[in-house]
Design a protein around this ligand. Structure first.
Ligand SMILES: Cc1ncc(COP(=O)(O)O)c(C=O)c1O
Length: 252
């Protein structure tokens, strides 16, 4: 480049957005801001540290490397790693106390080879399990839910902290016949399957959170988005982008 280029990141604005989202959530709702992809280009270490100072207990990355970098810079929060991993990756995840999101059988197999298999290896591992309800990118099929349940029940070393899915069009969440409503109806079936393990059920990205805010505002409390306190994983919106509105209008 032949010119100076810089981005001026206002951590105050991030804090404002986080506070507004939290104000909207029922107390105790699982809250996992996404800091993947270098915090969407905003500087993941600085963002993660600011989130920690605000008391955020969980955050999400895509790659193991992203989680390792945050640990290297002293971030202690729970860091969910959403992308897959092999045996080597599983080892790094556990060594650095990252939290694996398991989305296919090979992830279970990799973890199974390490967890509880030696004095220097952890005896237990907290996991989140991802199901595909329509995004068709990652995750177990709903028809595998019973098999997954039996698998984890047979292996007490896996502590199921969360069951999750990812919305592919959270922006349409206000429509009762939209894709989000359909995905959440499917996802709800897992509450009956995994209820005995008492996991967190998390699903909402920014589009989902904003749709939920709108539904509540207009008193629609019977929609799939509002009938259960789904855990939230906002990305875009914490950085100031409203995927439902590109007019620059303020959401809060
Ligand atoms: C699993 C998962 N959850 C949440 C998000 C956040 O989505 P958004 O940036 O639309 O809020 C992403 C981003 O792609 C994701 O992959």
């Amino acid at each position: 480049m032949f010119r100076k280029t810089y981005a001026d990141i206002q951590i105050d604005n991030l804090e404002y957005n986080i506070t507004q989202i939290r104000n909207h959530l029922s107390p105790g709702t699982f809250f996992c801001p996404m800091v993947k992809a270098n915090a969407y280009g905003h500087g993941d270490v600085a963002v993660a540290k600011a989130l920690e100072i605000m008391g955020v207990q969980s955050m999400g990355v895509c790659l193991i490397e992203e989680g390792l970098l945050l640990r290297q810079f002293g971030v202690n929060a729970e860091i969910l790693v959403f992308r897959g991993f092999d045996l080597n990756g599983a080892r790094r995840i556990l060594e650095q106390k990252l939290t694996p999101v398991v989305s296919d059988w090979s992830h279970f197999e990799a973890l199974d080879q390490i967890v509880g298999r030696g004095s220097s290896l952890p005896e237990f591992c907290q996991i989140h399990i991802k199901f595909n309800t329509g995004m068709n990118r990652l995750g177990f099929g709903l028809e595998e839910a019973q098999e997954v349940l039996e698998y984890v029940k047979e292996r007490k070393k896996f502590q199921v902290r969360g069951i999750l899915t990812h919305l592919y069009k959270g922006e349409d969440g206000i429509h009762s016949e939209g894709r989000t409503a359909e995905q959440l109806r499917r996802f709800s079936e897992l509450r009956a399957v995994f209820g005995s393990l008492n996991p967190i059920f998390h699903a909402l990205n920014s589009g989902g959170v904003i749709s939920q805010i709108q539904l509540k505002k207009y008193g629609h409390v019977n929609a799939p988005l509002t009938t259960f306190p789904w855990g939230v994983r906002p990305g875009l919106m914490i950085y100031g982008y409203n995927p439902l509105d590109n007019t620059g209008n303020e959401l809060f």
